[in-house]
Design a protein around this ligand. Structure first.
Ligand code: ADP
Ligand code: MG
Length: 352
């Protein structure tokens, strides 16, 4: 869980109004419910009218993306794609194309730890959460037959997608919120508002920092929600951060916790209690990576991320003998001042 902002009171639910004046620029904050989560825009603008107009456009853009990518809306473009005859390409919107293309690249890079065809398994675990009954082997195997990212084919040289096998169900829940946050930030920027941040639950896209500040201060919640409160802070500008973890959605059966994140290779909800934070350039990337790195776990995840430029990650796991932490090189990210970064920069950022 991410707690965004941090200077003065954040605008509450549906709040529209000026914050503290900062020279000519004033702080505004807006919140709306989209994609099953609260999207919060925080921005600095010269006037309330400019802030209201830009935020309205940003929310409209988020709603448009949701209408295309949702697995919930019966007439979403994603649902149309699922209903399209297997083996036949369908020309898709730029949004669906971008998200599926990015998801497929990560699926290939992680050997299927991230897999948007995972939806039948995700639904199985939703049912487990309701019934509190663990699935049998056959049930899991039946579901796994419908999970395979290689059955999703991208058109060469065109914006088309082919589902190679009938009955595939797609789930963009591990990537769409990050993409929507990036796009909303882009809308604000094109409206002339560069000092802005978009938070979509555990996914945040940050633009230029607040006036006179080093970056946007983001608090990262503890894995064990409620016990320790905010565990760490990072300062972010023109970058993105995401968290994934089992703090909110899990089912506990027989003393074991099963997460809403599923390992697509086993069909099983993650059992190891892990919280992952990823910092990178774009939220589409950090959102999906946080899910993938949850599946890979810290040991294999550290190996995977080693040497990759522009992204870094931190894991917190709950082991039998206590909490353990892992940080990849450069976490939160080179050039972004944070608590684990350069000490001099940290001190400066804290003062700012
Ligand atoms: P949250 O939605 O709680 O922020 P994540 O960003 O980690 O959490 O995304 C979890 C969602 O991603 C799940 O609710 C499900 O829709 C989807 N998902 C679960 N497991 C995987 C996976 N291995 N690969 C891709 N998507 C997944
Ligand atoms: Mg995510």
């Amino acid at each position: 869980m991410l707690l965004a902002g941090g200077w003065g009171a954040m605008g509450g639910w549906g709040c529209r109004g000026p914050g503290a004046a900062q020279g000519r620029l004033q702080r505004f904050s807006y919140a709306e419910l989209h994609m099953g989560t609260v999207f919060q825009l925080t921005l600095y603008a010269a006037s309330e009218a400019a802030a209201n107009q830009a935020s309205e456009l940003a929310f409209e853009r988020i709603a448009q993306i949701d209408a295309r990518l949702s697995d919930y809306h019966p007439r979403s473009e994603l649902r149309l794609l699922e209903a399209h005859p297997a083996g036949q390409p369908l020309r898709v919107s730029e949004d669906l194309w971008e998200v599926v293309r990015s998801a497929q690249a990560l699926a290939r890079a992680t050997g299927g730890a991230f897999d948007i065809t995972v939806r039948p398994a995700v639904e199985l675990w939703r049912q487990v959460r309701r019934t509190r009954r663990l699935p049998g082997c056959e049930e899991v195997e039946r579901v796994l037959q419908r999970v395979d990212y290689r059955q999703v084919q991208l058109g060469i040289g065109g914006r088309s997608i082919t589902l190679k096998r009938p009955g595939l169900r797609l789930d963009l829940g591990g990537i769409a919120k990050g993409y929507a946050a990036d796009q909303a930030l882009g809308v604000l920027r094109r409206s002339g508002i560069r000092r802005a941040m978009v938070a979509a639950g555990g996914d945040i896209a940050a633009g230029d920092p607040p006036p006179g500040r080093f970056g946007w201060r983001i608090g990262i919640d503890s894995l064990d929600a409620g016990s320790e409160g905010v565990q760490a802070r990072v300062w972010l500008k023109n970058a993105a951060i995401s968290t994934s973890g089992d703090t909110e959605q899990y089912v506990e059966i027989g003393g074991k916790r099963y997460s809403h994140i599923v390992d697509p290779r086993t069909g099983w909800g993650l059992e190891r209690r892990t919280g992952v934070t990823v910092v990178g350039g774009k939220a589409i990337q950090t959102d999906s990576l946080a899910t993938a790195l949850s599946v890979l776990g810290p040991e294999r995840g550290m190996e995977w991320i080693g040497g990759k430029r522009g992204v870094s990650a931190r894991w917190v796991t709950m082991e039998a003998d206590g909490v353990r932490c892992w940080r990849s090189a450069g976490y939160p990210a080179p050039g972004i001042p944070g608590e684990s970064g350069d000490p001099a920069m940290d001190a400066q950022a804290r003062k700012a």
